[in-house]
Design a protein around this ligand. Sequence first.
Ligand code: NAD
Length: 285
Amino acid sequence: MATIIDGRSLAKTINTQTSKRVAKLNQQGIHPGIAVVIAGDDSASLIYTRNKHKKAMKLGINSVLKKYPFNVSQDELLAEIDKLNKDDSIDAILVQQPMPPQIDSRIITNAISPEKDVDGLNPLNLGKLFANQNTNYPIACTPRGIMRMLEEYNVKLKGQNVVIIGRSILVGKPLLALLNNADATVTMAGRSTTNLSRLTQTADILIVAAGVPHLISAKDIKAGATVIDVGINRLSTGKLTGDVDFDSAKEKAGLITPVPGGVGPMTIATLMEQTVDLAQWRHHG
Ligand code: NAD
């Protein structure tokens, strides 16, 4: 029976530290601020955005929401990003995905000033991550939160076999770099991977970020492995579930994250923490 990684409790600890840091910065006349840009009415995105806004306000971080209709043009969004880049009260800019089809989200992401790129998606920040540069720069919040969980639960990385399922720029790719920088042996799988189960059974650490409910179950896991479930899937019953069949997997894994209560709360806590990092770096270097 696996130890359950308590993302909620760890997120709470991080949030407490973040609000203390905000109070300290306030005394120096620095008021961290985040802007979230959203286009359209995707209900999940609206919920995520509202949750981020509420959490920021609770921790003392100024939060502004820039909401645009589904038919917004790329130029309108670029003009908004330009304004936010120049706005001294804003330290962090996040563009909520998915964007409507007429928007090339890469162009929008590239327009965010690297100093305010709280999602770590600007190629300059991604480049620093892949080059393993030892300077201050933002890293995608879900991967950074996962690394924090692994550290907190003393999971050895050096020389360990890690399999990541999911190749997205927001989750899989930054994780690949972070784990590679930590000297793990990393394999990345996607939709075209053949014989996925044979591969996952070799993993000391298995990270699943495919967005496919119950893609992985006990039979796909090496006994005693650490299993990190990034997936968030809403079933037709309304129930929230991950990419891992938690009930069977917890019998075989050594450590496992639940959904909800695992990676999700860590992502928001890391977003807040990194907003404060950006404010600190911008004002103090
Ligand atoms: P994405 O759709 O951009 O990428 C999915 C990846 O999974 C692709 O690389 C694809 O090749 C791979 N994939 C899909 N089906 C597969 C299969 N059957 N076998 C192997 N690989 C497969 O998704 P994303 O934005 O990276 O998100 C992935 C999941 O993680 C989603 O459920 C999303 O909601 C969730 N998510 C959660 C958090 C969090 O904070 N918990 C943050 C970001 C994303």
